[in-house]
Design a protein around this ligand. Sequence first.
Ligand code: NDP
Ligand code: HSE
Length: 442
Amino acid sequence: MNQSVTRPAVPVKVLRVALLGAGTVGRKVATILLEHADDLAAKAGCRLEVSGIAVRDATKPRAGIDPALLTEDAAGLVANSGADIVIELIGGLSPAKELIVSAIEHGASVITANKALLASHGDEIFAIAERNGVDVYFEAAVAGAIPIVRPLRESLVGDEIRAVMGVVNGTTNYILDKMSTEHQDFNQALAAAQDLGFAEADPTADVEGYDAASKAAILASLAFHSSVPGSAVYREGITDVTPEDIEAAAAMDCVVKPLAIARVDEQGRIEVRVHAAMVPLTHPLAMVHGPNNALVVEAANAGRLMFLGPGAGGSPTASAVTGDLVTVARNRVRGVVGPAHSLYQALATAPMGQTRTRYYLRFKVADQPGVLAAVAGILARHEVSVHSIRQTPTANGDDPATARVSMMTHIARESDVAACLGELENSGFVIGPVRLVRAEGV
Ligand code: NDP
Ligand code: HSE
């Protein structure tokens, strides 16, 4: 029996979309917009017509993109093309900020993947958008394809978020994962991440933690309804993680992960930090491999939720951008805007010294009677309690009168551990620096 299939009527309303940037992400967004126009129209309830694509160099060949759409005049495209929606995929602070503000002031809704910009000027941009009655959507700014912005902003808004912890940078997770699982060299793994399109234009943003700090700031703002700028995030990169750290973690059934952590402490302040940390192999974040990202959200009523998936790369990020595009288009068709950025709490951020977690410490000592007792004395004076300790002879080639001590502490305060490090390094029996790696979920 033949069954007739009812197709949705092709929407007649047209929204004009200006795309700024046709690099790793922009190129993929352009391709989806051009190749899946009917499908997107059916979902959005309007046709999405590309009014132009701004790039730095319009003469570069770009497969699948009609050269007639390209322009090097991004400001002109925003101001003069009658765009209803502007998608900013240029990156960086300027001219991205000026272009976004201009788009909003010309009445366009904006979609951006630009976490660096939102972490430094987000509040200002959201305020201008609210005044002008347009949307600013940014799902792609945190964790690529993983829906996390909308769950925090909408699905979980009735709950009380207590902590968000995760891997939010694909490049550094890829590097540490390759160092752990394939014993690859740091630079070799970074070069591969760049080739695969995960790394930022300047990979310093990835390996020094700036990218993750921007994302942590956005997550903390959303989770705790407070303004948290990127500059409030404690940040360490992964460039000083050594193969020895990775081996030490493995010996303790842990793995080193690039973490972003945002939580509310006992005093009701926001603790927000980005650094490499050891996590047990049994922890859900230990299973996050390659350029994948993952987030564990702890909420008063929902309990513990985990979000996992591709956190970088053209197609995954374009998925988040086009999801925002359909949502923003639907809003415009209905003449509404999405929820405003909610910052009603105004919580303070806690100084890093007040952080409480566990610490792995490693150092070389003179192998003499009383040294371990002296080490224990220093830790005890600062109320740092040892969970486990190991002394091993130093490697071949080292002075045989020295030994290597490695230990894991119980939960301790960062400022107390820092004081121990200072005293240990000046004690006369500790040789060289003390290596510290924080440990989470142990
Ligand atoms: P790329 O460097 O690959 O692309 C940037 C694009 O912007 C290029 O097409 C470039 O033109 C264009 N451009 C740069 N400056 C200007 C300017 N002044 N005027 C007009 N066009 C300009 O960046 P990505 O695609 O990797 O990243 C874009 C955004 O998405 C960034 O904010 C990034 O942080 C974010 N993001 C990226 C992810 C990824 O995996 N790559 C994942 C999540 C977010 P031309 O091609 O001529 O050089
Ligand atoms: N450079 C970023 C990363 C892109 O490696 O995660 C995604 O934001």
